[in-house]
Write a protein that binds this ligand. Structure first.
Ligand code: SAM
Ligand code: SF4
Ligand code: SF4
Length: 364
């Protein structure tokens, strides 16, 4: 049924001519909405702020995000009503999972109000990724507002390495307090994301396992990626998923388990002694573009069809120009149907990086 809509040229879209001549399509007729590689639209990641109180060296290195960095102004940032309106339309096109991210999403003022608006949308799994710096005081209000589960980023379990990686001397203890508060508030199961960078924190793998094994929290190791253009990524810095699993398996025997659902990005492994599971996200060495069902909405209202895209599509302009719902639905449809991204399947150590969008801008 989706094939009744003509595919549109991306340049045409950029000029916002893409709506002309398109038949009005009933949203109900669009499910599932497929891209050029037959991938359905299922997830929406929303970056609610481009600001962060950390300067993780792999994400917002101080050199590039110093005092004079120009963050978005208040007017440039998408308003809660605008985000919620788009989110509602996305659910009509098949989105079932929304993740709030950033920047640091808990720094967005009154984030609980946005969460309430999103949680009111039927059939949505609503989650959030945070550095947990202010999670201890926010966990209960996030839960009350409607967040179901939470992912905490944590790259080391020793204070010195953690402070070095966040590069703002932020103490580990406050993050651990945040994780405990989230568990008490029922934001479970908690996932703990660890980006592994060679020579920086591969020594943190086993200590993290020792700390969280048996806790019910799921530690997930992520291969360091070449997102953005500022982190100086080199293939040599990547610790592969295979290496990570081998390291853990040598001390804590593991066995693979089936994904929870088709397209799950983390490979799942459980401890043979029954004390829980871990995840490994092999975004570099075992690309999962084939199953990538995500659209990303940046802080200033641009839609990106890939984490590694070098351009987004300006939905803030459409919203603020007074576009009606049918217009927005057709625009999203056109964008998804034209999607052909598979960057990670093509990446090599020498892929040029100059134009890619920063992770803090479109969220992880
Ligand atoms: N500030 C929040 C946090 O850190 O959880 C949310 C935004 S952050 C951009 C989302 C996720 O992206 C984090 O788990 C972070 O570790 C991950 N990330 C950032 N830069 C990365 C990189 N170069 N490679 C792999 N993961 C990265
Ligand atoms: Fe901030 Fe998250 Fe990026 Fe670290 S990974 S700098 S906490 S946005
Ligand atoms: Fe999805 Fe792009 Fe990542 Fe491939 S490279 S998995 S298309 S976000």
């Amino acid at each position: 049924m989706t094939k009744t809509i003509p595919l549109l040229d991306a340049t045409e879209f950029a000029q916002q001519q893409f709506l002309r001549g398109m038949p009005l399509v009933q949203p109900e007729a669009l499910s599932p909405l497929l891209d050029r590689r037959q991938r359905a639209l299922h997830d929406l990641r929303i970056s609610v702020t481009d600001r962060c109180n950390f300067r993780c060296t792999y994400c917002m290195p101080k050199d590039a995000f110093g005092r004079d960095h120009a963050f978005l102004s208040h007017d440039e940032v998408l308003r809660f009503e605008e985000i919620a309106r788009l989110a509602q339309l996305f659910t009509r096109l098949g989105v079932r999972k929304i993740r709030l991210t950033g920047g640091e999403p808990l720094l967005r003022k009154n984030i609980e109000r946005l969460i309430e608006m999103l949680a009111a949308i039927d059939g949505i799994d609503l989650t959030l990724t945070t550095n947990a710096s202010i999670l201890a005081k926010k966990a209960q209000s996030l839960r009350n507002a409607g967040v179901q589960r939470i992912t905490v980023s944590l790259d080391a379990i020793d204070d010195a390495t953690f402070r070095r990686m966040n590069d703002v001397n932020f103490p580990l203890a406050r993050v651990l307090e945040g994780i405990d508060a989230a568990a008490r508030a029922g934001l479970t199961p908690i996932k703990i994301n660890t980006v592994v960078k060679r020579g920086v924190n591969e020594n943190a793998i086993l200590p993290l396992i020792r700390t969280f094994k048996g806790s019910g929290h799921i530690v997930r190791f992520i291969e360091y990626m070449d997102v953005g253009a500022t982190n100086g990524w080199r293939m040599d810095d990547v610790v592969s998923a295979t290496e990570i699993v081998d390291t853990i398996n040598a001390e804590f025997p593991l066995e693979p388990i089936d994904p929870n659902y088709q397209g799950e990005v983390a490979g799942r492994w459980r401890f043979k002694d029954g004390s829980g599971e871990i995840g490994v996200i092999a975004s570099v060495t075992q690309a999962f573009c084939r199953d990538c069902t995500r659209m990303r909405l940046s802080t200033n209202g641009q839609l990106f069809t890939c984490l590694f895209a070098n351009r987004g599509y300006d939905f803030r302009a459409l919203l603020r120009d007074g576009a009606d719902d049918d217009t927005l639905i057709r625009a999203i449809t056109a964008l998804w149907q034209n999607r052909d991204d598979n960057y990670s399947e093509q990446r090599t150590a020498n892929t040029p990086r100059a134009q890619k969008i920063e992770m803090s801008y479109i969220g992880g």
